[in-house]
Design a protein around this ligand. Structure first.
Ligand SMILES: C[S@@+](CC[C@H](N)C(=O)[O-])C[C@H]1O[C@@H](n2cnc3c(N)ncnc32)[C@H](O)[C@@H]1O
Length: 389
């Protein structure tokens, strides 16, 4: 998948709203932005443990979030939505979709959902509800929603509610077809000791009370090892509570990544990034040249992405590991996380697709050899890429 920012002229909308002018930033404005981006990036990474609760009340940080983090975060929701759209049960084909975005910030995921459906021939009416504990975020989300809706001509409404995620009883009643938590889970019950059980308990209430029986909950988290692993702990907790994983997992058991403290699971998708982000990267030394994130789609009805590709398919969960005489990948399937290897001398027409597979693809190996520690693709193994990222 290759995402193109310029398709919706989104940078122009942000500049128009935040600087009242769609022209590129001056050198001074760019330097001020870069300094706030660096401050925010530190808070969200190195200084995470001391992240203040309402850090986006700070105007400089809010502007940095909208101009630097929002444009990339916006596209991350395309991946789970695309995977939902592939299921034979037409999971996204209702005429009206009710969507709850918890921890909406400036409305990132809402804009991402509108952008996703704007490229579809059959466009549903989208009814959004945004929840955030910072009122300035809700104000920004309303303004950006209005400008973006006009740009993509979608039939959509937005209701905003200032509330903490823990106050589920104050949310407008569901049922919602889609509930989104984009980059908020790691901020909930943070830095409490038993944060996983707290997060599972809150999510259990949200999903039980508000998610439709045929609805999907999409969780997106940063691709950092700690935040990604904590999301997987919540995944396992929700399985224990009777919820099911639609994707990315092709297995419904406990996550094998948690067995090794060094492992985590994330996406890394190329995108064509806006010039402004390139300039900020140049000034800060940060790099936003691909979309890195972890995600989960949770449902109540047991439907899964594996219904499409079968029980013996695998998700590619690493980059290609190329060494002398072989290519290897980590893949995850019904028996957990495995290494799969093809020796260069075993390359044939049948397994040629092996060298083209990428992180996030879903693949099948007919006639693969199980050597216990690893799977081995031999000359006669048929390698099929079922779903490309
Ligand atoms: C990193 S921002 C993510 C914003 C947006 N969803 C995105 O993906 O770009 C996290 C947001 O969650 C909100 N938030 C954090 N903890 C919250 C809580 N307990 N209840 C409600 N909102 C919360 C913050 O105010 C902030 O707007």
């Amino acid at each position: 998948m290759f995402l193109k920012e310029s398709r919706t002229g989104f940078e122009e909308i942000l500049l128009k709203y935040l600087y009242k002018d769609p022209k590129p930033l001056t050198g001074t404005e760019l330097k001020a932005l870069a300094s706030n981006v660096a401050r925010l990036s530190n808070l969200l990474t190195r200084e995470r443990e001391t992240l203040p609760v309402a850090y986006l009340e700070d105007e400089g940080l809010r502007r940095a979030y909208a101009l630097y983090f929002l444009p990339s975060n916006l596209y991350k929701i395309h991946t789970p939505l695309h995977e939902l759209s592939l299921h034979p049960s037409s999971l996204l084909s209702k005429q009206r979709l009710r969507i709850l975005d918890i921890g909406s910030g400036p409305g990132t995921a809402i804009l991402g959902v509108m952008d996703f459906f704007s490229a579809h021939e059959k466009r549903p009416t989208l009814e959004f509800t945004a929840i955030d504990q910072v009122k300035e975020n809700l104000r920004d989300s309303e303004a950006l929603f209005g400008l973006f809706r006009e740009r993509v001509s979608m039939a959509a409404t937005l209701k905003t509610i200032k509330s903490s995620m823990e106050m589920v009883s104050s949310f407008p009643k569901g049922p919602y077809d889609i509930i989104v938590l984009s980059n908020i889970l790691n901020e909930v019950a943070h830095p409490v000791e038993d944060r996983t059980s707290r997060r599972v308990a809150i999510l259990k209430t949200v999903l039980s009370d508000l998610l439709a029986a045929d609805g999907s909950c999409i969780i997106i988290e940063p691709a950092l090892r700690q935040t990604s692993r904590e999301m997987l702990e919540v995944r396992d907790g929700l399985l224990d509570e009777g919820f099911c994983i639609y994707s990315p997992c092709l297995m419904g058991e406990k996550c094998p990544v948690l067995l090794n403290p060094k492992d985590w699971c994330h996406e890394d998708i190329p995108w064509e990034f806006p010039e402004m982000i390139r300039e900020v990267d140049g000034l800060t030394g940060l790099r936003k040249d691909s979309l890195k994130f972890s995600y989960l789609v949770i449902r109540k009805d047991g439907l899964s992405i594996k219904d499409i590709y079968g029980d013996s398919s695998f998700r590619v969960v690493s980059e290609s590991l190329v060494s002398k005489g072989k290519i290897e990948f980590y893949v995850c399937g019904k028996e957990g996380r495995r290494m799969v290897t093809r020796l260069d001398k075993d390359k044939t027409i049948k397994n040629k697709a092996f060298e083209d597979i990428r992180r996030g693809d879903i693949v099948g190996f007919e006639g693969v050899m199980d050597e216990g520690k690893r799977l081995k693709v031999g000359k006669e193994t048929n390698v099929v890429c079922c779903q490309r990222r």
